[in-house]
Design a protein around this ligand. Structure first.
Ligand code: F6R
Length: 241
């Protein structure tokens, strides 16, 4: 695991954009996209490079990590909509080639296996961007998630619903269930890139990188992966040994 510590959040975003740009320039790239606040600066930087230096996403495709269950795609807080408004609408990545788990599927129990099959059919993910929750979650794999888990329906903890209430009118509007890539699914991406800023993430980063490999810190699954880059600012690095 390579840990890159940058002085500021904006330099973290530049470093992450550099990594993604390398894949996009190399040929048809399959990107694994996360939502949440951590990758936003990187998405903005990639959009700037598209606008100003012609970084070309024509041959790229993308898979999202997760989606709320029961929230229509058209809802402005569905991850389907969020990734479009935050990233896809600002580059020339074909929206038809940006796939997310279908949280409205009438056969939701089978949607996870369908999604994993779609990723496999695309040849797998080349580079997967990840944020981390303060409790060490990645995707919506809360503590206790099996390290080999596949894409499936999960119940959100009350804490995560409260954390995400800021994006909704009230906590009552936050869905209770999500579809999330499993830890095993995420681990199949060829390169994992974790992004974190701020003191609030310092304990989770230390546990993920240096703590025991354990389901109580889902992000510790990265320790088993042969190609991981953790890009963090000094505050998020402050609890590393
Ligand atoms: C988002 C996701 C989550 C977030 C995590 C950190 O698709 O899967 O695991 O990455 O909750 O969120 P932020 O970046 O908002 O601190």
């Amino acid at each position: 695991m390579e840990i890159v510590i940058r002085p500021t959040p904006s330099e973290v975003s530049t470093t992450v954009a550099d990594i993604v740009e390398r894949y996009v320039r190399r040929g048809p790239a399959t990107l694994g996209l996360a939502t949440g606040s951590s990758p936003l600066g990187s998405y903005r930087e990639l959009a700037r490079r598209h606008r100003e230096s012609g970084l070309d996403f024509t041959d790229a495709r993308a898979f999202l990590l997760d989606e709320y269950v029961g929230l229509p795609k058209s809802h402005d807080q569905s991850y389907f909509s969020v990734i479009r408004s935050e990233f896809v609408d600002h580059v020339n990545l074909d929206p038809e080639r940006v796939l997310s788990p279908n949280g409205e599927s009438p056969t939701i129990a089978e949607e996870g296996a369908r999604y994993d099959a779609a990723i496999a059919e695309a040849g797998g993910v080349d580079v997967q961007l990840l944020g981390i929750g303060t409790d060490g979650h990645i995707g919506f794999n809360e503590p206790g998630s099996a390290l080999t888990s596949r894409t499936r329906v999960k119940t959100l903890t009350e804490q995560t619903r409260l954390d995400n209430a800021r994006f909704f009118d009230s906590v009552d509007d936050v869905p209770h269930h999500v579809l999330t890539q499993g830890l095993g699914t995420i681990s199949e991406a060829r390169h994992l890139v974790m992004i974190a800023f701020g003191k609030g993430k310092a304990e989770a980063i230390a546990a993920a990188a240096e703590g025991p490999l354990a389901a109580f810190c889902p992000a510790s699954v990265m320790q088993l992966h042969p190609h991981v880059t953790v890009v963090i600012d000094e505050a998020a690095a402050s609890k590393l040994q």
